[in-house]
Design a protein around this ligand. Structure first.
Ligand SMILES: Cc1ncc(COP(=O)(O)O)c(C=O)c1O
Length: 369
């Protein structure tokens, strides 16, 4: 079975590691702080960019909860339309820029550099706005020698999307003037000791590992959870739960994790999906090229019949595949954002995490054929 996310127990904590992930990031960024989530990091840093009543421009192709910190701070969220290749619709973006706009957010989707970034930055500069480099998906991606997330005045990256950890994200404040105004809250100080959430995470990971070897047991647990209404919580609840400092367990694992090993495994698995889907005329990779330095979060594909393709993948023992993301109601109800809506219904994210063997994906390719 190919699982949707990596396992805590495939990790060998005793193996010596040449460069930990924390040092890898520190070597490539001027100033950084660790948090429990990217949303918590944004909550802390946005007051250094914008005053209440000012506007933050964000892409319409974005999970609904990401703007929660913007709303909480009394700032206005304004969505801009995007193109099918995920670049900003520049005409739409420019229409929404005005003298109340404090910052423009770009997104390195799935760990790949934001398409059309140059033109976006030109507009931000013309309107005297800050740039937020949202790198929630690509903490280990390096583009042309630059760590993604460090290109903006500020940037964020979610570490929990890459590693089996209870929580974890990093905030980059690359601009010196912003850094002088930035006052980190207690959320920027990692927890001093292990807490119940760490223990709960270990127990849960253990249970998932044991159960995933027994498909029948796993299915009945899944049914039980869904009967109890264990679906995705609403954006405000998710945001409130994410306002946490970095956990002690996360900190330890980050110090120990080897970025080179993670990146190379994810890249190999990405290439395996590309091989597996080569002959499918109904499934396209969103990013057919995998440039040097990129560490993909997932392999995003656009499927003509997403529900059917998902069923095929399930039949071939691939778990954790879903459409991405759940959009905000303001995006869903406005026809200007049609492209974001179409993408959110047709893009499926295939797992490439470091605990999958590329040979398993090759086998899925044979199964699909
Ligand atoms: C593009 C993007 N930005 C920001 C976030 C928020 O990250 P976190 O869950 O670490 O707060 C997400 C989460 O899915 C995301 O997809």
């Amino acid at each position: 079975m190919i699982s949707g996310s990596p396992s805590l127990f495939t990790w060998s904590l005793s193996e010596p590691r040449p460069v930990g992930l924390t040092s890898f990031l520190r070597q490539r960024a001027d100033a950084l702080w660790f948090y429990g989530s990217s949303k918590a990091a944004l909550r802390d840093v946005l007051p250094a960019l914008a005053a209440p009543g000012e506007t933050i421009l964000v892409p319409s192709y974005l999970p609904d909860a990401v703007v929660e910190p913007v709303e909480e701070l009394g700032l206005e969220t304004r969505y801009y339309a995007i193109e099918p290749d995920l670049s900003p619709d520049l005409a739409d973006l420019e229409r929404r820029l005005d003298d109340r706009t404090a910052a423009v957010v770009s997104v390195n989707y799935f760990g790949f550099p934001q398409p059309g970034l140059e033109a976006t930055l030109d507009l931000a500069e013309e309107y005297d706005c800050y740039h937020v480099d949202d790198n929630a998906h690509g903490a280990l991606s390096v583009d042309d020698g630059t760590l993604l997330g460090t290109r903006g005045h500020v940037g964020v990256a979610s570490l929990w999307k890459l590693l089996p950890i209870p929580n974890g994200a990093v905030l980059y404040v690359s601009d010196e003037a912003v850094r002088r105004r930035f006052t980190p809250s207690p959320l920027a100080t990692p927890r001093a000791g292990f807490d119940t959430e760490d223990y709960r995470f270990v127990m849960k990971s253990l249970a998932v590992d044991v159960l995933s070897t027994h498909t029948a047991v796993k299915q009945s647990i899944g049914a039980l959870v869904s009967r109890r209404g264990g679906g995705v919580a609403d954006p405000r609840t998710r945001y409130e739960a994410s306002k946490e400092p970095l956990s002690k367990l996360s900190e330890r694992i980050l110090e120990d994790a080897d970025p080179a090993v993670i990146r190379s495994a994810r890249r190999e698995n990405y290439r395996a999906w590309r091989r597996a889907l080569r002959d499918r005329s109904d499934v396209d990779l969103l990013f057919p090229d995998l440039a040097d330095g990129i560490c993909p979060q997932v392999c995003p594909v656009r499927a003509t019949r997403p529900a059917r393709f998902r069923r095929e993948l399930e039949r071939c023992d691939v778990g954790g595949v879903h459409t991405w993301p759940r959009l905000a109601p303001a995006v869903l109800t406005d026809s200007t954002y049609e492209t974001a809506r179409t993408l959110s219904e047709s893009v499926l994210t295939l797992p490439v995490h470091q605990h999958i063997d590329a040979a398993q994906i090759d086998a899925v390719g044979r199964c699909l054929r």
